[in-house]
Ligand binder design. Structure first.
Ligand code: CP3
Length: 347
């Protein structure tokens, strides 16, 4: 089965391509009115995510609406803790909440390594169905949170600006922190391997809270676990599924991330393209337009896209935002971003 549009995969594998591929982090389920209609039909985010037919539908919506070069499976990074035995709730306009947290060895002993097929079968079914319905139009991206980012939510129990409860544990009980991080890592490796078997064409690891750590803590508590994932999920050579590591805010770790066995390094808008190329000479780069640029007028969006393309160059580069698209973005502005990359990003 060959993809009609495999631009993203060829670029991710390090090939020279005819233009810069483009997609947007969090492109599914945030800005489209079509999404909100399906979300209402489902009743809740979690029901939607657990209903493969609906998850496939909202995964494909941005491909139709924006003509992006990839789809990303509609799910959430927090399905992994749930599969480990720590269920979450998604509270309207507040975000995810874990009614129970895990902050000690004894609490950890109640959790298990997730079994991908039985505990996360609904995501695997959604991937299989999406692949079928996409009918080889574009590649499908699978994903998971990086162990440290998942650790933040499991210990803190909810979103936070500082994640000081989570960070405190790194200092007060590092043995527990490492034990939980390892259990998340083992769950994530099995889960991503299963996503690849189900048909995911590329895997992205989201370390959304990397930037709250000091360089030393990042080296101790995040990087080694991402390394294990990268080393183990590459899969059989005939599948050759590229891996992207996106560590938001971890400008200090770019050199180290660039030496992992990953193919693509995702960057946020604080990271300068030229400096990033110097620090990460042998990887494809992805990013990094400030999502707030999409609040500007159409002409300004094009100007900023041009500046970004000039900064990265048109090869070994995947255009994206520097973090997820914000929910109140005008879909026409998102389309303008995608169109501008396609128009200005030829080889
Ligand atoms: O990219 C996509 O569009 C695919 C789906 C996707 C979701 N979450 C769906 C979702 C992806 C890739 C994620 C990843 C995710 N989830 C991350 C990493 C990326 C990042 O943005 O840093 C994180 C930290 C989470 C945890 C999470 N889930 C939060 C903090 C929230 C609340 C705020 C928000 O982002 O909307 C969610 C909820 C969530 N995940 C929604 C969606 C569509 C909104 C829930 C709803 O529709 O009610």
């Amino acid at each position: 089965m060959t993809l009609q549009n495999d631009l993203l995969l060829r670029t991710a594998r390090g090939e020279l391509t005819e233009r810069v591929p483009v997609w947007m982090m969090r492109q599914a389920g945030r800005v489209l009115p079509q999404y909100r209609a399906v979300r209402e039909q489902a009743g809740s985010f979690i029901t939607l995510a657990k209903t493969p037919e609906l998850a496939a539908e909202v995964t494909i919506q941005p491909v139709d609406a924006f003509d992006v070069d990839a789809a990303i499976i509609f799910s959430d990074i927090l399905v992994v803790p749930e599969a480990m035995g720590l269920p979450y709730e998604m509270i309207e306009s507040r975000g995810p909440v874990f009614p129970q947290t895990v902050r000690s060895m004894s609490e950890l002993s109640r959790l298990r390594v997730a079994d991908a097929e039985s505990d996360l079968g609904y995501v695997l079914d959604a991937i299989k169905l999406t692949k079928k319905e996409l009918n080889n139009r574009v590649p499908l991206i699978g994903f998971a949170g990086a162990p440290f980012t998942i650790f933040c939510y499991m210990t803190e129990g909810k979103g936070s600006k500082t994640f000081s409860v989570a960070k405190k544990l790194l200092y007060t009980d590092p043995d527990f922190a490492h034990a939980l991080l390892q259990q998340i890592t083992d769950s994530t490796i099995a889960y991503l391997q299963a996503q690849i078997r189900a048909g995911a064409d590329l895997i992205q690891i989201f370390d959304s809270w990397a930037g709250i750590l000091s360089p030393e803590q990042y080296t101790t508590f995040s990087l080694p676990y991402i390394k294990q994932i990268c080393d183990l999920i590459a899969g059989p050579p005939d599948r050759n599924v590229p891996v992207t590591v996106f560590a938001k805010g971890a400008f200090f770790a770019r050199q180290d991330i660039g030496q992992l066995s990953c193919d693509v390094v995702g960057l946020d808008w604080n990271m300068d393209p030229h400096e990033s190329r110097q620090l990460i000479p042998n990887r494809v780069l992805q990013g990094n337009l400030d999502p707030c640029v999409l609040y500007a007028d159409f002409a300004q969006i094009r100007t900023e896209v041009k500046r970004m393309l000039d900064g990265f160059g048109h090869q070994h580069y995947i255009a994206n935002l520097g973090h997820g698209i914000y929910p109140d973005t005008d879909p026409d502005k998102a389309k303008c971003f995608v169109d501008a990359v396609k128009e200005l990003g030829a080889a």
